[in-house]
Design a protein around this ligand. Structure first.
Ligand code: ADP
Length: 494
């Protein structure tokens, strides 16, 4: 009877529920967007209650649409936007203020103080992260410092902190489970990834009482029971979105790498049982594992402007009508004609870390036109991703042979072929593009016994398309040197 897994995919802009069957196939999806609030100057907020309500709606909708009753659900798996910070009152269950979203820069000065105060090395060695407003720690501190009465209440043990997974599971279990998993904990900047526990020294540094912090349990395991339309359903997985996608892509071996091509590009590499310290300022975090397994680590690098450059072509330049059309324009040309676009709209991320860099278009001749700009935009996604792959390869001291891909822009065949060529690796695109939700479902399904272990996943979501590198080395070198010149030009721009 109980043969479905319900994955809750809590993204940055929407809540989704996806039902997976016993063969790992997604059989029904329901999605609901929630509001984003942008108080000036650079804040980003969400309403945690609205996020929870959106999930309740999608869960019910999914069951109704599919005709699958709650009694047929074996387990729930949760995956979520990471770092976003919710602080709520333990007694009333109400958040004390809006959730501070990962993109919010209100604590940038606080993060800078950490760098100026010489804390970078200590924070890096304990958490694998580079001090930044992005992570939860400075966000929690901001709430305790700025919401009236919050610090006193926190010190009296009356407030709870959670990333969105913790909040959702606390609500779903009727306040019974106050839990998270290592993939989420490792993005708070309060979690010691070497010792796998909350770090006392860091909690003191940010003034966060340990009583506010959830219990950290393995990503696939026991997280309590949700009441779903009168049925008690075990929650058996929690994983942050990027690590869930790595699991969903079945990147179980050391050196396995995935890239999610969305608005930005997120690259994660499984580095096995030892954390790798990056010489290229990539981040080290914890991977998703099941109860009883040894901890696993990941290296992470991201590209700020990935698919967003295609949105820019559409919305700001108006030279394409939709994203998919970009492929046809790029294919009209036999090569890029020496035109390169570096979409450093808000600086350059790994491995450059140059926040002053700005977008630059180089190599224009009288013969260059719309198709060249479109092609250069698509190529820029692959060049930037390639830069991160090269940095990862240097950090682990190994050549990378394969890349698993997902996300909206991975639908673009030109882009995938160019990625294979420019990075000289095999690009593998699975049939199921929902790697994040699949990861949560696979973890939950193994943990509850519906899927008989990782081996069983081999037949799930088979490879759909494989792009082999075909470009001659000399051509690759020529293009890379053009790209490097363009990057130098954009960094010179102040
Ligand atoms: P997110 O989860 O970040 O919202 P998605 O995975 O939904 O992103 O991907 C959306 C992004 O992918 C958009 O930036 C869009 O421009 C880009 N995109 C979608 N389809 C294509 C395509 N066929 N070619 C190029 N880019 C695309």
């Amino acid at each position: 009877m109980k043969k479905y897994i319900l994955a809750l995919d809590e993204g940055t802009t929407s809540a989704r529920s996806i039902l997976f069957d016993a063969s790992g196939k997604a059989v029904c999806t329901s999605q609901k967007e929630f509001s984003q609030h942008y108080p000036p100057p650079v804040w980003v907020e969400q309403d945690a209650e609205e996020i929870f309500d959106a999930h309740c709606f999608t869960m019910r909708d999914c069951l109704e649409k599919s005709g699958i009753g709650p009694g047929m659900i074996a387990a729930i798996g949760v995956t979520n936007q990471r770092e976003t910070t919710v602080v709520w009152d333990k007694e009333t269950g109400r958040p004390v203020c809006p959730a501070i979203v990962w993109q919010c820069r209100r604590t940038a000065d606080e993060a800078k103080k950490l760098l100026d105060g010489g804390y970078e090395e200590m924070i890096r060695s304990k958490t694998g992260l580079i001090p930044d407003a992005y992570f939860s720690a400075t966000k929690i501190k901001w709430i305790l410092d700025n919401v009236p009465g919050a610090r006193e209440k926190a010190e009296a043990g009356k407030l709870l902190f959670g990333t969105v997974d913790t909040w959702l599971v606390w609500k779903l279990t009727g306040a019974k489970s106050f839990v998270t998993d290592p993939t989420n904990a490792s993005r708070t900047m309060l979690y010691n990834i070497n010792e796998n526990r909350w770090d006392e020294e860091l909690c003191r540094l940010f003034g966060v009482p340990q009583s506010m912090l959830p219990e950290v349990r393995p990503s696939g395991g026991e997280f309590g029971y949700a009441d779903l339309m009168g049925e008690r359903i075990p929650i058996t997985a929690i994983a942050g979105d990027q690590q869930a996608a790595l699991f969903g892509q079945k990147c179980f071996g050391e050196g396995d790498l995935k890239c999610t091509y969305g608005t930005g590009c997120f690259l994660l590499m499984n580095t096995g049982e030892k954390p790798v310290k990056s010489a290229n300022r990539l981040l080290t975090s914890v991977g998703a594992t099941l109860a009883g397994e040894k901890p696993q680590y990941v290296l992470e690098g991201s590209v700020f402007v990935g698919g967003a450059v295609i949105q820019w072509l559409r919305d700001s330049l108006g030279i394409i009508k939709n994203s998919a059309e970009s492929e046809e324009h790029a294919l009209r040309l036999s090569d890029n004609g020496g035109v390169y676009l570096v979409p450093a709209f808000s600086g350059l991320a790994a491995p450059y870390w140059d926040m002053a860099a700005r977008g630059t278009l180089v190599g224009l001749t009288r013969g260059a036109g719309r198709d060249h700009i479109i092609r250069a935009a698509l190529e820029s996604i692959a060049f930037q991703t390639g830069d991160v792959i090269r940095a990862m390869s240097e950090d682990v001291g190994k050549k990378i042979g394969e890349l698993k891909v997902d996300g909206g822009a991975s639908a673009n065949g030109f882009l995938m072929r160019f990625q294979a060529d420019i990075s000289a690796l095999k690009v593998i695109r699975p049939c199921l593009r929902e790697a994040t939700a699949a990861g949560a479902a696979y973890l939950a399904g193994i943990a509850c016994g519906l899927y008989p272990g990782r081996e069983a996943l081999k037949t799930f979501s088979p490879e759909c398309d494989v792009f082999e590198p075909e470009m001659p080395d000399t051509e690759r070198e020529r293009l890379l040197s053009g790209w490097n010149r363009a990057v130098r030009a954009c960094r010179a721009a102040e």
